[in-house]
Design a protein around this ligand. Structure first.
Ligand SMILES: Nc1ncnc2c1ncn2[C@@H]1O[C@H](COP(=O)(O)OP(=O)(O)OP(=O)(O)O)[C@@H](O)[C@H]1O
Ligand SMILES: [Mg+2]
Length: 359
């Protein structure tokens, strides 16, 4: 069996809805067994549609989905070795936690004693043993979320699909559940595929992130790869805190290309052809801010609009000839830098920190 056959494989997957709405296009993806993969992208980019096709709640218009080499197209959700936890997980309000979790097994015809044993084990995994006899309304949002998870775990799927699982929770609970979900996934060793539009959530939880935009996969990579090496402008902008410059390539210099932009010359690692358009991105935390003179290359004059104190760093909201520009500096510089609010400063960055983008 080739590597490609293990885990979940989406090959040339499209989903076109009536009225010629292409919700998902040209999706090719291989998720290894045991990976925590997060689908990240703005509203309407095709995340839920992709998850529904993986879970069997919808089928591709073309292309194939396989799990451990077995073709899943046309296979019902119940027959797939994979279970979905929907955004609005409907728990039975009049049933206890234990009954809610055991319900799926009842449907499968498992006898009562066995149901209880398995349900209790799943409830224990999500840390709700003490609350087994409560009704859903007697639980917090996060606890209800865990019941929904236990209900899925009890069926022992190879993979769990979660659509915006933390969307309805308050921020503090979200942070807590991120850690809990991740720990649970590690403990179980099964594949989790999690959909969100929250960058921070994706970065903090995923082994790999699949960035979707306009129905297609824009980039797949580890959180670090995406943060440091966004492939294109969409990813650079969506991952946040990246500044993007556009211009025309004027030549090369060693292993660098020189891009002429309306804001000056920028040198960045990579190759290109003179006369062609060139774009690059630079992360806010790689930008240095000073009162030095603006250098000939890789530097711009900006006005400091606002220094935002973030506790461990200071985010500088800068104005580059009418465009927003971001820098992040260590927290220790807050007092010194605040004094420049409303004034011009110089932003510079090292060649190695810039990143050439695909056109
Ligand atoms: N049953 C359907 N019929 C027609 N169009 C649909 C259908 N379901 C989804 N769409 C369209 O497909 C596109 C992708 O929808 P999808 O629900 O996958 O987005 P999403 O990335 O999950 O967005 P969100 O973050 O808002 O949940 C949207 O333009 C949506 O309007
Ligand atoms: Mg959705």
């Amino acid at each position: 069996m080739s590597d490609e056959q293990n885990g979940l494989v989406l090959k040339d997957v499209y989903r076109v809805f009536p009225g010629d709405v292409t919700a998902v296009a040209d999706v090719n993806l291989h998720v290894e067994n045991g990976e925590y993969v997060v689908f990240l992208g703005p509203s309407g980019c095709g995340k839920t549609t992709t998850l529904r096709m993986i879970g069997g709640h919808d089928d591709p218009s073309s292309g194939t989905i396989t799990i451990d080499g077995e073709l899943m197209n046309g296979v019902s959700p119940a027959e797939r070795p994979i279970t979905t936890v929907f955004q609005h997980y409907a728990l039975f309000p009049h049933k206890s936690v234990l009954q809610n979790v055991a319900f799926g097994l009842k449907m499968q015809g498992v006898d009562k004693a066995e149901r209880e044993t398995q349900a209790k084990a799943a409830i224990d995994l999500v840390g709700l043993t003490k609350m087994m006899d409560r009704k859903p309304r007697e639980l917090s949002g996060g606890q209800q979320q865990r019941v929904a998870l236990a209900r899925v775990l009890v069926t022992r799927p190879k993979a769990i699909l979660l659509d915006e699982p933390l969307g309805d929770l308050d921020r503090l609970l979200q942070m807590k559940m991120r850690v809990e979900l991740r720990a649970l996934q590690r403990e179980l060793g099964i594949t989790f595929i999690h959909v969100t539009h929250n960058q921070e959530e994706a970065l903090s939880m995923a082994d790999r992130i699949v960035v979707m935009g306009d129905a297609v996969i824009q980039q797949v990579g580890t959180p670090e790869e995406l943060a440091r090496h966004p492939r294109n402008e969409f990813v650079a902008k969506f991952m946040g805190d990246n500044n993007v410059f556009h211009g025309t390539i004027s030549g090369t210099n060693g292993g660098n290309v020189v891009i002429d932009t309306p804001h000056g010359k920028i040198e960045v690692k990579g190759t290109g052809t003179a006369g062609q358009p060139g774009s690059m991105s630079i992360r806010a935390n790689a930008v240095q801010v000073s009162t030095d003179a603006v250098p000939d290359v890789n530097g711009v004059k900006v006005r400091l609009d606002f220094a935002e104190y973030l506790g461990d760093s200071v985010k500088l909201h800068l104005d580059l000839a009418g465009q927003p520009f971001l820098a992040k500096v260590p927290e220790e510089r807050y007092t010194e830098i605040r004094a420049y609010e409303g004034k011009d400063v110089t932003a510079t960055w090292a060649i190695e920190d810039g990143h050439l983008l695909e056109q």
